[in-house]
Design a protein around this ligand. Sequence first.
Ligand code: FES
Length: 212
Amino acid sequence: MSFFTSENLERAQVLLGLYPEKRSALMPLCHLAQAQQGYLTKEAMEEIAKLLEIEPAEVFGTVSFYDMFHTEEVGKYLVSVCTNVACLLRGGLELLEHASDKLEVPVGGTTEDGLFTLEEVECVAHCDKAPCAQVNYRFFGPLGNDSFDQLVEDLRNDQLTDSVPPHGTLSRVFREAPSLVENEVIIAERVAMDQARQERQAAKDSNGGDSK
Ligand code: FES
């Protein structure tokens, strides 16, 4: 059974068609899987590997390298409080402490109801609104204790669904348009590229490894 829903499987095929090398679709496919589930499960990574014809370990290697990919379940709302220098100077650390008290979770923890995960982050490029936070990668700031509390209440009451997408959704706008070239043409080009590569390698080997 496929990890991807049939709709997302179609999107995955569109993404695969955008690149001359299948493996180039690795990051977009990881984002797609995370948008579907909120985090990247083992099954998701295995399916991505299969689609890209690479090893699951290569997918995991990429996923584990980037902070924005999660391999464990996180709350519906990922609250990321910045404590880098501009925010720090304007109370970012105090905001983080307040967030921890308000949500009753330590930094890195998830509330019992599964609604919020709190994390501390480095500069998220919203310094002019310091101290700031992101919720599911959407910006909020400058935030004081009261405005943070209001933000939490609004999220709890589903009042920000227009501006804050479900966790894991980086972009609400999917690239629906397929590439201008038919998939069959891309596949044929891939085959031709592989063949040409093999021929170059064979020529190189027959020259004793001398590529000149
Ligand atoms: S220092 Fe906080 S957003 Fe840049």
